[in-house]
Design a protein around this ligand. Structure first.
Ligand SMILES: Cc1cc2nc3c(=O)[nH]c(=O)nc-3n(C[C@H](O)[C@H](O)[C@H](O)COP(=O)(O)OP(=O)(O)OC[C@H]3O[C@@H](n4cnc5c(N)ncnc54)[C@H](O)[C@@H]3O)c2cc1C
Length: 275
């Protein structure tokens, strides 16, 4: 398998959205939502407003739509780990992804194109700890100090110009249904996961497919379609969130590579089921 970097995926999706002639407005957010049986009134941050049949809150882990429309929503909780990510040049002969589960910092390398690879590593995160961009590359090199093989090559050949990110992990799942009637949540807004099963974006894409499916069912009230979408998605997304959080907890507790690998394997295997 390979990975795809976010800007590449964005370009593919943008091209499709533009080809379909879907209007896109950038640089604004939603300030107020007012819902009744026939539609949703939306006030935007540039002062404009509009009325819509359905509002989909696909605005990520800190969703504003969720905050406005779901006052009892579950807040994301930090899990005690952080993820390092680095995009760097691909070593010669790198022809398969690599995972290191036996080290106290689980880590891996994924091909992301002919010339680039993506490194990820999980470390313990102290609440409130802050890392400036200037110190990130040096810290990552130190965290990789006792790795060998390809990881050591990356450590020794990465540059301070390589894209790097350090992010404390947080997770949550909203209770079913993820809808108030005509407002609905999708992706991380409804179920934010840690990357242990590398499935958060996959779940968001699946959500969109299932939502489209359910809205296409003819002769059914919109609210029923949105509830049907949520019911179809809930267990699968909960499985991803709960298994991912469980893997992270096991790593923090010093679980063996075999235990961690087994939990990840079982978690991924379950995702082969129809959705
Ligand atoms: C460290 C890390 C590693 C990960 N690795 C993987 C992986 O390997 N594989 C995988 O499948 N998933 C991975 N994930 C999860 C994945 O990134 C998310 O599940 C996925 O991005 C969710 O997509 P989304 O569209 O729901 O939300 P997002 O990708 O967060 O997109 C939300 C969008 O809403 C916009 N937005 C936010 N707030 C507002 C607002 N107030 N108004 C208007 N717009 C707003 C944002 O600009 C953004 O464009 C990882 C996550 C983390 C944290």
């Amino acid at each position: 398998t390979g990975g795809i970097m976010r800007p590449v995926l964005h370009r593919i999706m943008q091209a499709r959205v533009n080809a379909l002639g879907i209007p896109v407005r950038l640089g604004l957010t939603v300030d107020a939502l007012g819902e009744d049986a026939d539609g949703v009134d939306v006030r935007f941050s540039d002062g404009s407003d509009g009325r819509y049949d359905v509002v989909v809150g696909a605005d990520g882990i800190a969703s504003r739509v969720r905050a406005l429309a779901f006052p009892d929503a579950v807040e994301p909780a930090e899990t005690g780990q952080a993820c390092w990510r680095l995009s760097t040049k691909r070593p010669e002969g790198f022809d398969r992804n690599e995972f290191f589960l036996g080290h106290q910092n689980a880590a891996g390398l994924n091909a992301c194109g002919p010339d680039t690879i993506y490194l990820w590593m999980l470390t313990r995160h102290e609440p409130g700890a802050w890392l400036s961009e200037a110190e990130a590359h040096g810290r990552l090199r130190r965290e990789l100090a006792d790795f060998g093989g390809t990881m050591a090559w990356v450590r020794d050949n990465m540059t301070d110009e390589d894209w790097i990110n350090y992010r404390p992990l947080a997770a949550m799942i909203q209770p079913d249904p993820w809808t108030t009637g005509r407002i609905v949540l999708l992706g991380d807004a409804a179920h934010a996961t840690t990357p242990h099963l590398a499935s958060g974006a996959g779940m968001a894409v699946e959500d969109a497919l299932v939502l489209g499916d359910e809205l296409e069912v003819a002769g059914r009230p919109v609210a029923d379609s949105l509830r049907a979408y949520s019911a179809r998605r809930y267990s699968r997304c909960r499985h991803v969130v709960e298994t991912s959080v469980a893997v992270g907890k096991l790593q923090l507790e010093g679980g063996s590579a075999e235990q961690v690998g087994k939990l990840i394997g079982e978690g991924l295997h379950a995702l082969a089921a129809e959705y």
